[in-house]
Each structure stands twice: as structure tokens, then as C-alpha cells.
Design a protein around this ligand. Structure first.
Ligand code: LMR
Length: 340
């Protein structure tokens, strides 16, 4: 393997560089779906491949033009295209990681949940193909509605005897990015210098920013917390409206997926202390799936870090989110039950 560098804090809180050796020599990543998000993600991964050796682009229409275009970016990642359902198996075979961005985005004023009817079928077919062709891969679902599609994927994998809870993720990184941006803007700091955990799910009623745990720790008044929470929850819809109802977020969503994939790549390479937030099956509360910080390792979730103590207001928001999550989770599960 190659020698990689990671920065971490030593016991005195000083940032030091640590070197670690990557234990796997190949990392094959498949992106399924080349809409705005899939395309943006493919571009970012070709530009900044971390340890990715092969990037496979699987799409309904032929991605050859994009593959050739990307291949002129001189990084050491082989880019391959796979067109149509017939070649999907080949595009997934023995992949180490699959990023699912397939499906339609929101177009009008509707919530993400309304995409379920359309995207559930696509997600089921892609995940079945993953179960058959790359049962060991880490699977990251970006398509909406994440809150239902991840539980749906879990059921499909179980049906094929290929489910491992620690390997299936719903990508919620964009919520953390937005929370940083809104918080930084409100308190007059640079977005790169702040952090706000976001837990729950990825919908208007399920994402819960934990301002009580922000870094730096600045105590905001209740009204401002509620206002910022609402801003975060409506941010996705705001983009759809700003794009005149023609598309949802693409650049920010692709960047969020890219951040998450980078984390998974480090984890696959046995880097120490890889922490990321994602929506996974969990026991942190009575929602069967929940998003919060996770410690990642080569096989996916090594430890679910939960979310620790929160304020009374956050506890109330989490309790409300759980009710909505439970119904989204049942929806995903019931959809698969109809076909099995
Ligand atoms: C987002 O948060 O921007 C995405 O989930 C897309 C959407 O429809 O809101």
C-alpha cells in the first residue's frame, strides 16, 4: 500500500501529522445515476481521488462522452462507463463502494417524501444488483427521500442475504455543511472554523441541528435556534425555488457526497479516527434508523458514537423527528414486503 498522511490531535491538543499505510491497493467506486449530483460527484472524485483507483459511471444513457472528458484530467484513477440496465452488473462487480444517486430530484414545492413513488423502484433494482454483484461493498444512498430509501435498501439486502447494517449509509453531509454556513453567518465567523452536529434524518421534519454542541460553543437564544433550524430544514426547498422549480441542489449535494466518500475511502484504508455523520440502522434511540456521528473502519461503522447530552429544546425536536422517521422507515419496509 501507499503511505498516506492524516492530521490528528496529540494528548496535549496539538495538531500533528500521522502517517499510515494503506492496506488495500485497489479501491473501485461505482456511481449509479448521472444526473446533476452524480455528474458533480464524478468530477470531484476524478479531480481529488484520494485512494480511488477505478471510478465507474453507471447510467441509463451512455456516459462515454463524460468518461472521455473526465479521462483528460490527469489523475491516477481509471474512469469507466456503463450504459443501461444490461451493463449495471458489470459496473458494480466487486466494487468496494457504491454511491446511489439515481432517481428524480424535487422539481416543485413538494417535500422530498413525494419522490418515493418514483425513486423506490429504481433504488430497489440498484440495491438488488449490488447484493448480487458486490455484496461486500459499502453502500451510500444519496437519492431522496433518504429517510425511506435507506430502510428500503436494508430490506432488499436482507432479502438477498447480503445485509450488513454497518455497510449501508444514507448521506446527510449536506445538512452539516449548511448548518455550518448558517451558524457562521449568524455569529460572524468563517464557515471553515465552525461545526454544528446535525442528527435525525434528511427531511424538513427530521433534521435536528444541535446548536448546544456547536464549536465554538456559543449559546444562542431559543428564538434564534428555532429560526436557524427552520432555515436549515427549508434550505433544500429554497434551492429548488431559486432554480425556478427546474432542479434541486446539485453542486452542494455533490460536494456533501464527496466529503462522505472521502471519509469512507480513508476508513477503507485503515486510517485511524475517521468520524463522519450518516443515517444508519442504530440503537441510539427508538428510531430504527438515525443519523449521527459514527466511527468508521474498513468494514463500515466501527462504533456508533450517538449524540450525547442535548438541550431540552433539542430533545423535543429529536422526539418529534423520531415520529416522522418511524413512518418513513415503515414506508420503505412495506414497499419491499409487497414484492417479496
Ligand atoms: C437538498 O437537501 O438540497 C436535497 O435533498 C435536494 C432537495 O430536494 O432538497
Amino acid at each position: 500500500g501507499t503511505l498516506l498522511k492524516q492530521f490528528c490531535e496529540n494528548s496535549k491538543g496539538i495538531r500533528v501529522a500521522r502517517r499510515y499505510s494503506s492496506k488495500i491497493n485497489k479501491c473501485r467506486v461505482s456511481i449509479v445515476g448521472l444526473g446533476g449530483v452524480g455528474k458533480g460527484l464524478a468530477h470531484l472524485l476524478k479531480m481529488y481521488p484520494a485512494n480511488i483507483t477505478e471510478l465507474r459511471l453507471c447510467n441509463r444513457s451512455d456516459p462515454e462522452g463524460m468518461v472521455q472528458d473526465l479521462s483528460h484530467i490527469p489523475t491516477n484513477v481509471r474512469t469507466l462507463g456503463f450504459a443501461g440496465a444490461e451493463t449495471l452488473s458489470e459496473g458494480l462487480r466487486d466494487a468496494n463502494m457504491v454511491i446511489v444517486t439515481t432517481g428524480v430530484p424535487r422539481k416543485g414545492d413538494n417535500p422530498r417524501e413525494e419522490l418515493f413513488e418514483h425513486n423506490a423502484n429504481l433504488c430497489r433494482d440498484v440495491i438488488s444488483a449490488c447484493a448480487k454483484n458486490c455484496p461486500e461493498a459499502l453502500l451510500a444512498i444519496v437519492s431522496n427521500p433518504v429517510d425511506s430509501l435507506v430502510p428500503l435498501a436494508a430490506e432488499v439486502l436482507k432479502h438477498h442475504g447480503a445485509y450488513c447494517a454497518g455497510r449501508l449509509f444514507g448521506v446527510c453531509t449536506l445538512d452539516l455543511m449548511r448548518a455550518r454556513y448558517f451558524f457562521a453567518d449568524a455569529v460572524g465567523l468563517r464557515p471553515e472554523k465552525v461545526y454544528v452536529p446535525v442528527v435525525g434524518g434528511h427531511s424538513e421534519k427530521t433534521m435536528v441541528p444541535l446548536f448546544s454542541r456547536s464549536r465554538p460553543r456559543l449559546l444562542l437564544p431559543r428564538d434564534q435556534i428555532l429560526e436557524l433550524t427552520q432555515k436549515l430544514r427549508l434550505a433544500g426547498k429554497g434551492i429548488v425555488l431559486a432554480k425556478n422549480g427546474e432542479a434541486g441542489s446539485t453542486w452542494s449535494m455533490a460536494s456533501g457526497a464527496w466529503y462522505f466518500v472521502q471519509r469512507l475511502c480513508r476508513a477503507i484504508n485503515h486510517a485511524p479516527h475517521v468520524v463522519a455523520t450518516a443515517y444508519v440502522e442504530s440503537e441510539v434511540n427508538n428510531s430504527r434508523f438515525f443519523s449521527n456521528e459514527l466511527l468508521l473502519g474498513p468494514d463500515g461503522v466501527e462504533e456508533n458514537l450517538g449524540y450525547g447530552p442535548v438541550s431540552d429544546l433539542e430533545e423535543q425536536l429529536i422526539a418529534e423527528a423520531i415520529i416522522h422517521l418511524q413512518s418513513s422507515i415503515s414506508r420503505g419496509k412495506e414497499f419491499v414486503a409487497k414484492f417479496t
